[in-house]
Design a protein. Structure first.
Ligand code: CA
Length: 393
C-alpha cells in the first residue's frame, strides 16, 4: 500500500504526464486541422480558378419595364442598374432594357419575368395588387412611411425578406428599385374644396389609395403611365396622380389639367422594384449575383437623390412658365381620406393572411420609426422653419 507521502510526490508527475499528453493531442489535432484546412483551401482555390474560367462566361439579360424607354426619373433607374452592372462586372453581365410595349405591355411585366419571357423587370409592386394584395406595402400605402423610413424597413427591418417570401411562389426575386420620395396628390380638372368634390370623379390612382378614393365616391382607374396624357386630354379621366414635378412636367400634364394638388397623402414614399427571374439569377456565378444585389441598391438610392435635386426647379417651371395652379388639399378632405385608409387597411388584412403578416411587420416598424422621427426629422424640419422663416439660409 503506497504511503501518503509517496502519493503526494507522484501527483505532480501525473499532472505533468497528463499535460504532455494533452499538448501532444492538441499538436496532432492542429497538424491534422492544418492539413485539412490546406486541402479545403486548395479545393476553394480550385473552385475559384474554376470560377475564374466560369467568370469568362458572358451573360445577357433582357429587362422589361413599366415605363416608356429612357423616361426621366423612373425610367432611368433601369438604365442605371444596367450601367452599374455592366461597369462592375467588366461587361460579363449586360442588361438590355426594353420600354413598355417593346416586348410586353407595361402591366404585363410581372408575368413576363415570372414566366422567363424576360430575365428582369422594373416597375412598382402595387401594380400587381389584384394578384398579390400585400404588394401595396412594398410600394407605398396612404399616410404610411416616407422614403427614408421605407428604406430602413426594407433593408434593416425585415421588409425585403418578407417581400422575397411573398414573391417566391412566382419564381421572382425582388430588389428595391428606387424611391420618388413624397409624391404630389395629383392633377385635377376642377378644384377640390370638399370631400363632396371627389364624388363621381374618375381618377387614375393605383394601389390601396385607389380603394380609398373609391370609398370617397370617386372611380379609381388603373392606367399605365404612357397612356395618361391622352386619357386626361380626351376626358376618359378627370384627374390623375403620377409622381411629382420632375416627372409630371416631362409628361406634359400641365397641358391637360389646371390644378396641381399636394401633399401626396396616397404615396408618401413610393418604392419601385427590380424583379429578377429566379432561374436567371441562379444561373449566374456568385460574384455576379452579388453585383446585381449591390447595383440595385445603388440604383435605388440614385433615384431618390435625383428627385431631391430636380423637383423644385420643375415645380417652379410648372408654376411660372406654365401657369399651373398649385393647391393644398383641404385638411377635412385629408381627414376623410385617412378614415377611408383605416377602413381599406382593415378590409385588406381581413381578406388576405399574407397581407396581414406584412402589415404586422410594416406597422411595428412604422410605430418605432415614427416615434423617433417625431423628435428628429420632424422636430428639425419644424424648428428650421421657425428659426429661418422666409430668410434664405
Ligand atoms: Ca404615383
Amino acid at each position: 500500500m503506497p504511503d501518503a507521502s509517496m502519493e503526494r510526490r507522484s501527483a505532480p508527475i501525473i499532472i505533468l504526464l497528463l499535460v504532455a499528453a494533452l499538448v501532444l493531442t492538441i499538436g496532432l489535432w492542429a497538424r491534422e486541422k492544418a492539413a485539412l484546412t490546406s486541402a479545403q483551401h486548395s479545393r476553394i482555390a480550385g473552385d475559384a480558378s474554376q470560377g475564374a474560367s466560369q467568370s469568362q462566361d458572358r451573360y445577357e439579360w433582357k429587362m422589361v419595364t413599366t415605363w416608356p424607354k429612357n423616361f426621366p426619373g423612373l425610367g432611368l433607374a433601369a438604365e442605371n442598374l444596367a450601367r452599374y452592372v455592366d461597369e462592375m462586372s467588366g461587361g460579363r453581365l449586360t442588361i438590355r432594357v426594353y420600354g413598355a410595349g417593346e416586348i410586353v405591355p407595361a402591366l404585363e411585366v410581372f408575368d413576363a419575368v415570372s414566366q422567363g419571357v424576360a430575365d428582369a423587370g422594373h416597375g412598382a409592386a402595387y401594380y400587381w395588387k389584384g394578384k398579390i394584395p400585400s404588394s401595396v406595402f412594398f410600394t407605398s400605402v396612404p399616410f404610411g412611411m416616407n422614403a427614408q423610413e421605407m428604406n430602413g424597413w426594407l433593408h434593416h427591418g425585415g421588409g425585403l425578406e418578407l417581400w422575397r417570401e411573398v414573391y417566391a411562389p412566382y419564381n421572382l426575386v425582388p430588389y428595391t428599385g428606387g424611391s420618388t420620395g413624397v409624391q404630389m396628390a395629383g392633377w385635377y380638372n376642377r378644384p377640390i374644396d370638399s370631400i363632396e368634390d371627389l364624388k363621381g370623379l374618375k381618377m387614375r390612382i393605383p394601389g390601396l389609395a385607389g380603394e380609398v378614393y373609391a370609398s370617397a365616391g370617386g372611380t379609381a382607374v388603373r392606367i399605365a403611365g404612357g397612356e395618361l396624357y391622352t386619357s386626361m386630354q380626351t376626358g376618359v379621366i378627370d384627374a390623375l396622380e403620377w409622381v411629382g414635378p420632375y416627372n409630371d412636367l416631362a409628361f406634359g400634364f400641365q397641358e391637360v389639367a389646371r390644378y396641381y394638388y399636394y401633399p401626396g397623402w396616397h404615396e408618401p414614399g413610393a418604392m419601385l422594384e427590380f424583379i429578377v427571374n429566379k432561374e436567371s439569377l441562379e444561373a449566374l456565378p456568385q460574384d455576379l449575383q452579388a453585383i446585381v444585389e449591390y447595383a440595385a441598391r445603388a440604383a435605388n438610392q440614385e433615384m431618390l437623390d435625383e428627385y431631391t435635386a430636380r423637383n423644385n426647379a420643375a415645380l417652379q417651371r410648372l408654376i411660372n412658365e406654365h401657369g399651373v395652379e398649385l393647391r393644398k388639399l383641404p385638411d377635412d378632405v385629408l381627414m376623410a381620406l385617412w378614415r377611408g385608409t383605416r377602413q381599406a387597411l382593415d378590409d385588406l388584412v381581413e381578406k388576405d393572411p399574407i397581407a396581414a403578416k406584412v402589415y404586422a411587420s410594416y406597422r411595428e416598424f412604422y410605430k418605432g420609426v415614427r416615434n423617433y422621427h417625431h423628435i428628429s426629422e420632424q422636430a428639425y424640419i419644424n424648428i428650421r422653419d421657425d428659426v429661418l422663416g422666409d430668410e434664405d439660409y
